[in-house]
Design a protein around this ligand. Structure first.
Ligand SMILES: NC(=O)c1ccc[n+]([C@@H]2O[C@H](COP(=O)([O-])OP(=O)(O)OC[C@H]3O[C@@H](n4cnc5c(N)ncnc54)[C@H](OP(=O)(O)O)[C@@H]3O)[C@@H](O)[C@H]2O)c1
Length: 256
């Protein structure tokens, strides 16, 4: 059973964007248990409040916010940093993966993916990068996906958004490493979260990882100041195989 949330001194300050469910909510619980003061950002205020009360007596400040409100992001970032008393780590977990039929081509679905998974991620990553660079300390963590490793027929826009995140974070890492700031890319396989509910093209023979285990693995990678981690680790092998399937085979017989 997980240990109760910490009531001791604050061990760090973290922002979790996309904190109302799934991986983000599990990270908030894990950080609170470790004694962090946490800022939790997402649209669903009720879920955020419930999460904060589960984490008491640890400090979880909640911010009901739509990350596609790009013009208001800087003000919220500054407010959250001030209210947390500083910032040591940011976790960008917000993400969408609309269900797409294989005969469906939909700009609006792709636009939502790009707005949440890429444009908003860029807004939070850039604000955090500048903040941490000034202090020559800090850590940025982005939740990408094994889907980044290949363009799959099931959801081209989602795969492309995660490939964007991999490359963006690699570039940030290569800038910031010189200034004491670390950047971690997390590439989850199947994780048991609401995002997987009702997916038509999931491989049902693979059991998803419980979300709290996923959060613990992400925290372990963050503490190790790793650069890229598949979660669970065995998906690293899956990623390797998928990346190396010759194109003519992947095109005809690759996974959806
Ligand atoms: N589950 C998996 O198997 C899996 C695998 C690989 C990668 N991932 C990635 O992991 C990340 C977390 O997903 P999850 O599985 O934990 O799914 P989830 O439970 O659906 O969580 C998604 C989070 O994103 C937030 N979000 C979405 N749109 C938002 C918006 N416009 N403004 C603010 N917050 C927004 C949601 O909050 P609100 O709806 O309250 O705003 C929610 O907290 C995503 O980037 C996903 O692509 C998941």
């Amino acid at each position: 059973m997980a240990a109760p949330p910490s009531s001791g001194p604050v061990t760090g300050r973290a922002l979790v964007v996309g904190a109302s469910s799934g991986i983000g909510a599990a990270l908030v619980r894990e950080l609170a248990r470790e004694g962090y003061a946490v800022g939790a950002v997402a649209r669903r205020e009720g879920e955020l409040r419930m999460l904060a009360s589960q984490c008491a007596p640890a400090t979880v400040r909640t911010y009901a916010f739509d990350v596609t409100d790009h013009g208001a992001t800087r003000a919220l970032f500054d407010r959250a940093v001030a209210e947390l008393g500083g910032l040591d780590e940011i976790y960008y977990c917000a993400g969408v993966m609309p269900i797409l039929r294989e005969d469906e081509y939909d700009l609006e679905k792709d636009r939502e993916i790009l707005e949440v998974n890429c444009v908003a991620a860029s807004a939070w990553f850039n604000l955090a990068a500048a903040h941490f660079e000034r202090r020559r300390a800090g850590q940025i963590v982005g939740i990408s996906s094994v889907a980044a490793d290949r363009g799959r027929r099931g959801n081209p826009g989602y795969c492309a958004s995660k490939a964007w995140m991999d490359t963006f974070l690699e570039g940030l890492r290569n800038r910031l490493v010189r200034n004491g700031v670390s950047v971690l890319t997390i590439k989850p396989g199947y994780i048991d979260t609401p995002m997987l509910v009702g997916r038509p093209n999931m491989n049902r023979s693979i059991a998803p990882l419980p979300v709290d285990e996923c959060a613990r693995s992400i925290r372990a990678a963050a503490r190790a100041r790793a650069h890229v981690r598949y979660v669970p680790a065995k998906w690293g092998l899956v990623g390797f195989v998928i990346r190396n399937i010759p194109r003519f085979i992947f095109t005809r017989w690759g996974p959806p």
